[in-house]
Write a protein that binds this ligand. Structure first.
Ligand code: SF4
Length: 382
């Protein structure tokens, strides 16, 4: 048995997963061959302990890092995995004046920054043009207020205007398979346009953070490796990997859930392809046992950041000898903060790993006690 499998078997919270022994042994060997030290450091973005203990995870980050849509819930593309549903819970700001007002309200309520996004037109462009003066005004009035923008596809001129407006981080999904662009996104543009957009953005001073959605082709991995190659050629600040969560897929175009092992293999490939670029696992991934498995493979593959880790993940990283940092922040914050923290993470609030594991165990004990008590309450049905 490999040493890593032994370690996995020794962590109670990971018992729900049956790990592939050969895959784990392969990871151990490949990890040992990685050049440099980049894969040895891992940052976990966890909800605050208070929120953790009281199950307020979903709402806890909203006021600190709100998501704002310049089109409200409208999107022309209607991609098969989303159907514009991702935009619905966001704060609408459909005019430059509304954006200025929303940001002022959010700053007064304690926001540190925002994710600025919107629905796309038929060319997968978010039409930020009229908003640039308002964004500049926001950054001039509130220089510490961070703006992470989902740019979608851009021209060289648009990339320059985004940077000139003072946006801190630019994010876009990179798709590497033409069939996925055509079928899932309903978009008549070549894959090369995704790489060109990435090139335009990385030519500016923006911190550029491409995302790869694993399993975007109806749950299958198809263009992910090509997306990695495209990203490798342009050296962005970091890469965020997420796993498809097709809650809104139409019945006639269902999505499969990619297996944890498949996702894990891709993590390792991503690590090897981008050995010196931070590779982070974002919040979006399937819940439950699949998440436990995915998170464990993310640690074993040497990813540098995991938003909202499952139970047992931090302990695994510590036992595998990683240099572990735990930053108490919410999942929704992690969208932008995990990226912006790459520079100023040293100043972020941090807790020691032992302290984290101790508090985490105490919180779980309290939760299971509460569940036991609830279990004694008779359920009354009509
Ligand atoms: S372009 Fe973005 S918001 Fe619009 S449907 Fe596709 S994923 Fe959703």
């Amino acid at each position: 048995m490999s040493a890593w499998l032994d370690t996995l078997n020794g962590i109670e919270a990971l018992e729900v997963v049956e790990f592939d022994a050969a895959l784990v042994a392969g990871f151990e060997e490949r990890f040992g061959r990685l050049p440099g030290d980049a894969a040895r450091i891992i940052n976990f973005y966890v909800p605050t302990f208070k929120a953790y203990a009281t199950s307020e995870i979903a709402g806890c980050g909203k006021s600190a890092w709100p998501a704002v849509s310049i089109t409200g819930p409208e999107c022309k593309l209607q991609c098969d995995h989303c159907k514009a549903k991702l935009l619905e819970p966001m704060i609408p700001a459909t005019t430059p004046e509304a954006l200025w007002r929303v940001v002022n309200e959010q700053v007064a309520a304690g926001a540190q920054g925002m994710l600025l996004t919107g629905g796309s037109n038929h060319r997968d462009e978010v039409e930020y043009g009229p908003f640039f003066p308002a964004i500049r005004r926001i950054k001039d009035a509130f220089p510490a207020f961070r703006i992470a923008m989902h740019t979608a596809l851009v021209t060289r001129d648009q990339a320059r205007r985004i940077a000139d407006a003072g946006v801190d981080a630019a994010m876009l999904d990179i798709i590497g398979a033409q069939d996925t662009v055509t079928q899932v996104y309903h978009l008549r543009r070549p894959v090369a346009d995704f790489e060109a957009s990435l090139a335009h953005l990385t030519e500016t001073s923006l911190k550029v953070v491409p995302h790869i959605v694993i399993g975007l082709h109806y749950g299958r991995l198809l263009g992910e490796w090509n997306a990695l190659e495209m990203i490798r050629r342009h050296r962005p600040a970091a890469v965020v990997l997420v796993v498809i969560m097709p809650f809104y897929a139409p019945e006639k175009r269902p999505f499969a859930v990619p297996s944890g092992r498949e996702v894990g293999r891709f993590f390792m490939d991503a690590r090897e392809t981008l050995p010196d670029i931070p590779v982070l696992l974002g919040c979006a991934r399937p819940p439950g046992r699949a998440k436990v498995e995915i998170d464990a493979y993310a640690v074993m593959a040497g990813l540098n950041g995991i938003a909202h880790p499952s139970d047992g993940t931090v302990a695994l990283a510590a036992r595998l000898g990683r240099s572990v940092r735990v930053t108490p922040t919410c999942c929704s914050i992690a969208l932008g903060d995990e990226v912006l923290a790459l520079d100023d993470g040293a100043g972020a609030i941090q807790v020691g790993v032992d302290e984290y594991l101790r508090r985490d165990a105490a919180a779980r004990r309290a939760q299971s006690l509460a569940a036991t008590r609830l279990g004694r309450i008779p359920v009354v049905t009509a």
